[in-house]
Write a protein of this length. Structure first.
Length: 221
């Protein structure tokens, strides 16, 4: 309990911004449900909950003093497994074309608000993890590591959106998951869509992170 209290106190401003973004998203969704009499986008609540997990992990780790290298590596692996869930919400824009055409602009606002909240959590979590890794592994090139993680997330989002895998299946269904990933890696031309999506979405995340990081740096000057 004390650890949670310290985590909240140390990142109160960030948590306040995250809370405002999430509350706004939920309010928009409730308005949409009220006006359209439809619960179609209620799944966004679950998706944003999954997006909170990697941010919560890094916030928790940031509040811990003298965390061991082994524990950090274990948490890093768990964090990586859940991290693609945050930018995944961007791809929920695909559901707009299958939704009710009534008040289409409201559907767009609802999905975009959740997507932006997911990206906000995503970038904050990456910055937190960068600081944690720097504190333990001074010789690791953080920029290269971050770049690799962003494109791995692009691949992870592809697995989730098009092959319908989720983070839990790393444990519950690892054989099929590994088999599909292996096939994509060894047969790139047969799975060109996977590579195109990974490169395209990874670049999108990388550009967004560069903008977010530099904006954050300018505000702290």
């Amino acid at each position: 309990m004390e650890t949670v209290k310290k985590a909240i106190q140390s990142q109160f401003k960030t948590l306040s911004l995250v809370t405002v973004a999430l509350i706004f998203s939920v309010i928009l969704l409730m308005v949409r449900i009220k006006l359209n009499k439809s619960f179609f986008y209620l799944f966004l609540i679950w998706n944003v909950f999954l997006a909170i997990i990697p941010f919560a992990i890094t916030m928790y780790l940031s509040s811990k003093q003298n965390i061991s290298t082994f524990k950090l590596i274990v948490w890093l692996i768990i964090w990586l497994a859940f991290l693609p869930n945050a930018p995944y919400i961007v791809t929920d824009l695909i559901h707009i074309k299958t939704g009710n055409n009534t008040l289409l602009w409201l559907d767009i606002l609802v999905v975009l608000s959740f997507a932006l909240s997911g990206l906000f959590l995503f970038y904050l979590s990456i910055i937190n993890m960068q600081n944690l890794v720097k504190s333990k592994f001074e010789k690791i090139p953080i920029a290269t590591l971050t770049f690799s993680i962003l494109f791995l997330c692009g691949f992870g989002v592809y697995l989730g959106r098009f092959l319908r895998y989720n983070s839990w299946e790393i444990i519950s269904n690892p054989h099929v998951l590994i088999s599909d990933v292996f096939n994509i890696l060894i047969s790139p031309f047969q799975h060109y869509e996977a590579w195109l999506f990974t490169i395209g979405f990874g670049t999108f995340l990388a550009v967004g992170f560069w903008l977010f990081r530099n904006l954050n740096t300018l505000e702290n000057q």
